[in-house]
Design a protein around this ligand. Structure first.
Ligand SMILES: [Zn+2]
Length: 126
C-alpha cells in the first residue's frame, strides 16, 4: 500500500516521500537537502481514495493526411491510490466537460468512483 513518509532532521528540515509502506529504506531518502540525517520518521498509509487523470483521446486517423481524430477530447482515468486497479471512461469528453466531471471524484472511495464512472458512461454527457 502507498504511504506518506515524512522525515525530519535535528535542524527542523522536513521532507516527504510517497512510496510503498513496506519498501526498504535507502540512503538517498534519509538525508535532508542540507545533508543532515533524519532523526524522526512518520509514516501514514493513504486512505482509500482514488487518483484521477486526463488521458488524450486523440489518435492519428490517416498517416498520409496526418488527420487527427478526437484531438480535443479526453478519457477520464481513475486509479485506486494503491495502484491495484485502473479504469478508463468508456466515453470521451471535451476539456470543459472533463474539468467539470473531475469534481465528482474528490475524496471518494474506489467503489464509489467505479459507480460514478459507470454512471458517467451511461449518461449522455456528450
Ligand atoms: Zn537538515
Amino acid at each position: 500500500m502507498k504511504a506518506f513518509w515524512e522525515y525530519c532532521c535535528d535542524f527542523g528540515h522536513r521532507w516527504h516521500l510517497t512510496r510503498d509502506s513496506d519498501s526498504e529504506e535507502s540512503d538517498c531518502n534519509i538525508y535532508c537537502h542540507k545533508g543532515h540525517e533524519a532523526v524522526t520518521l512518520r509514516r501514514e498509509v493513504f486512505s482509500s481514495y482514488v487518483e484521477v487523470a486526463i488521458h488524450p483521446a486523440s489518435r492519428m486517423v490517416n498517416e498520409v493526411t496526418r488527420h487527427v481524430d478526437h484531438e480535443y477530447e479526453f478519457f477520464i482515468v481513475v486509479r485506486d491510490i494503491h495502484g491495484t486497479e485502473e479504469r478508463f471512461s468508456q466515453r470521451i469528453y471535451s476539456w470543459s466537460q472533463t474539468n467539470s466531471l473531475l469534481e465528482k471524484f474528490r475524496n471518494v472511495s474506489p467503489n464509489t468512483a467505479w459507480r460514478i464512472l459507470d454512471n458517467l458512461d451511461s449518461n449522455n454527457y456528450k
